[in-house]
Design a protein. Structure first.
Length: 391
C-alpha cells in the first residue's frame, strides 16, 4: 500500500498527479469503512462499506501502475534498472512501519482485534496470505495485501530485467496476457476443487477465502492492469495523447463497470464472482486510474489538502487502523459510549489518524531520511568513479 512514486513519463513535470492522491484517499477510506464492520458500528455502515473490500484492488492497480511506471521509465530513457536502489527504496518505505506494527501486536496482546495470531515468521516473511485460515488467525489479517505487494515487488523487477536482457521488447506483453489467463485457470480450478466442496459447511466462507481471496496467484489482476497501463502510457505515448482528451469518459466508464461489479460480487463466493469479479473490478479501477492521470479529467485538476494528506497517511492508516479502533472501543465503552454509535465511529476515525500520524513521524519519516542519505552516498560514489574514469 506504499504508493508514493510518480513517473516522469506519465506526469507533467510541473504538475503533481493530484488524481492519484484522490484515488489513494478514496481507497483507504473505502477499506476503513469495510473493516469497521468487524467492530461495533452504526447500521448505515453495512451498506456504505459493503463494497469497500475492493479498496485493496484499487491499491493493487495503483501499485502496479506506479512501480512498473518507475521501472519502465528507466528502460524508455535507455538507463539500466538498478535493483539495489529499487529494493533499498522499497525496504525503507515499507518495512520499518510494518515491523513497528507487528511488534505492537506481538508485545501487547491487549491491542489485538482478534484472539488468534499467526506465527511471527508468517508476518516477517510476508507469507501470511498463503492459505490464510481465519479460524486459525484473526489478527492483523489485513496484512495479506501487503504480502501480495511484497511478492510482486520481488518478481516484477526480475521479470523486467530478464525481458530486457533477452531483448523481448513489446513481446513482453505476452507475459502479462499469459498471467491474466493463468489467473482465470487457477481460480476456476481452486474454486471447483478446493472451495466448492465446502461452501455449504460452517467453514465454507473461510475455506473459500483461504484458497481464492488471499493467495497472490489468484489476486494478480489489479497489479497486472496497473502494469499494463504503465506500459501502454510509457511505450505507446501516442495512445496516452489520444486518451488525454477523454479523462472524464474513462473515469465514468470505470465507475459504471464498478457499479456492475458491485452486483456481480454481492455474494463473493459464487463461481461468477470468483472467476470474473476480480479482473472486471481491476479493469474498472484501471479505467479510473487511467482517467485520473489525463489532464482533461476533473480529478487531475482538482486540488484538496484533505485528500493529499489522507494519501500521504494511507499506508500508515492501513497498517494501524484496526489496532487503534480496538484501543478506542475498549477505552471509551467504559465511559458509556455505545460501540455501535456514530460517536464511537468518529472516535475510531480520530484514533486511527492519530496512530497513523505517530507512525508517520516517529517511524516512516526518520527511515526515509536515512534512505535518502544512503542513496545520496551511493550516487556520489558513482559520480566520483565516473569522473576518475573520464580523467
Amino acid at each position: 500500500m506504499a504508493h508514493s512514486l510518480i513517473t516522469d513519463e506519465i506526469s507533467d513535470k510541473n504538475h503533481k498527479l493530484l488524481g492519484l492522491d484522490h484515488l489513494r484517499a478514496f481507497a483507504i477510506t473505502y477499506v476503513f469503512l469495510f473493516h469497521a464492520h468487524i467492530f461495533g458500528h452504526p447500521k448505515w455502515l453495512e451498506t456504505a462499506g459493503a463494497f469497500g473490500w475492493t479498496g485493496v484492488d484499487l491499491f493493487f492497480v495503483l501499485s502496479g501502475f506506479l512501480i512498473a511506471g518507475q521501472l519502465f521509465s528507466k528502460i524508455a530513457k535507455g538507463k539500466p534498472i538498478l535493483l539495489r536502489e529499487f529494493f533499498l527504496k522499497r525496504v525503507f518505505r515499507i518495512i520499518p512501519a510494518y515491523l513497528a506494527v507487528v511488534m505492537l501486536y506481538y508485545f501487547f496482546p491487549v491491542l489485538r482485534e482478534g484472539d488468534k495470531i499467526a506465527p511471527l515468521w508468517r508476518y516477517l516473511t510476508f507469507t501470511l496470505n498463503i492459505w490464510l485460515d481465519r479460524d486459525v488467525c484473526n489478527t492483523f489479517t489485513h496484512s495479506w495485501s501487503l504480502c501480495v505487494e511484497e511478492q510482486f515487488y520481488l518478481i516484477l523487477p526480475a521479470i523486467i530485467v530478464l525481458c530486457t536482457y533477452l531483448k523481448m521488447g513489446k513481446k513482453a506483453a505476452y507475459i502479462i496476457i499469459a498471467l491474466f489467463i493463468a489467473g482465470f485457470i487457477v481460480r476456476i480450478w481452486s474454486y471447483n476443487t478446493l472451495a466448492l466442496p465446502f461452501l455449504n459447511t460452517a467453514r465454507g466462507n473461510n475455506i473459500w477465502a483461504m484458497y481464492i481471496y488471499y493467495p497472490t496467484y489468484t489476486r494478480l489482476d489489479g497489479l497486472l492492469v496497473g502494469v499494463s497501463i504503465a506500459g501502454i502510457f510509457t511505450f505507446y505515448p501516442h495512445i496516452k495523447t489520444r486518451l488525454d482528451k477523454y479523462g472524464n469518459v474513462l473515469l465514468l466508464a470505470g465507475i459504471a463497470l464498478l457499479i456492475a461489479c458491485n452486483f456481480l460480487s454481492a455474494d463473493q463466493s459464487t463461481f461468477s464472482a470468483t472467476v470474473f469479479g476480480y479482473p472486471l473490478i481491476a479493469l474498472g479501477y484501471g479505467a479510473v486510474v487511467a482517467g485520473a492521470v489525463c489532464p482533461s479529467c476533473i480529478l487531475y485538476k482538482f486540488k484538496s489538502k484533505l485528500t493529499a494528506n489522507l494519501a500521504t497517511l494511507s499506508y500508515s492508516i492501513y497498517l494501524i487502523h484496526k489496532l487503534m479502533i480496538t484501543i478506542a472501543q475498549k477505552t471509551f465503552v467504559q465511559f458509556g459510549i455505545d460501540k455501535n454509535s456514530n460517536l464511537m465511529f468518529v472516535i475510531g476515525i480520530i484514533s486511527s489518524i492519530t496512530g497513523a500520524l505517530l507512525l508517520r513521524y516517529l517511524i516512516e519519516k526518520p527511515f526515509l531520511r536515512i534512505r535518502d542519505r544512503i542513496l545520496k552516498q551511493w550516487r556520489e560514489k558513482k559520480s566520483v568513479k565516473a569522473i576518475t574514469v573520464t580523467v
